[in-house]
Design a protein around this ligand. Sequence first.
Ligand code: T5A
Ligand code: NA
Length: 211
Amino acid sequence: KYSTMSANRGKLIVFEGCDRSGKSTQCAKLIERLRKEGHKAELLKFPDRTTSIGLMINNYLANNVDQRDEVIHLLFSANRWEGMQKMTNLLLGGTHLVVDRYAYSGIAYSAAKGMDLQWCRQPDIGLTKPDKVIYMTLNRDKASERADFGGERYEKKEFQAKVEKIFEQLQDPTYWQVVNGEGTIEDVHENVFNVVSPVVSSDCGPLKKLW
Ligand code: T5A
Ligand code: NA
């Protein structure tokens, strides 16, 4: 139905970063801005807690149930795979996607537990590669002061420090951009938009696959 070579395809913009760095806030602002400027844009979020796999993930994050590290890792990945057809259809149909967390979170949080990084990469092989990753940073003391920090499984300062280290290892300057999450919501948004604007208006070629 759609050409995979479409020059007019939508762009895949992914937000990554530690807990409370402001990703969801900035995703919402970006969607609003893109639409105001006349683009078709949709917001997606991983984990997508609305599916049955997502519900299992939610119960794990809320500390209602335990899972082996391997099992929860594979569930997070499966939760992305179940969204892949919808994502591909939207992108090839010309809709930009703003995605709140992706495979990099999958690797960073699992590897921060001590799991083997190469093992962790495997289940996400072949997912659609983002055109741009916005990596949001925030001083850990400031992050832990933000609303609701500490409610879920991974929200401990020590653990977040480990996650940050892995994110730094995963950073690829060919398509990642670091954005400091410390300003006002508006200031951070302007920085985000300055990164995203040239991406949405350029021809990024056919969709590519992750590693
Ligand atoms: N995970 C995820 C895995 O282990 N493996 C995976 O494969 C994936 C995909 C849940 C957990 O799952 C892990 C990672 C996570 O630990 P989630 O559902 O994305 O992931 O987590 P949430 O709790 O929804 O979101 P975060 O904690 O990551 O927060 P955000 O989205 O970074 O921050 P946001 O925008 O919600 O803001 C947090 C607070 O700060 C305020 C906001 O109003 C909010 O109260 N705020 C600001 N305050 C001052 N100045 C600013 N500039 C501000 N921007 C936001
Ligand atoms: Na969030």
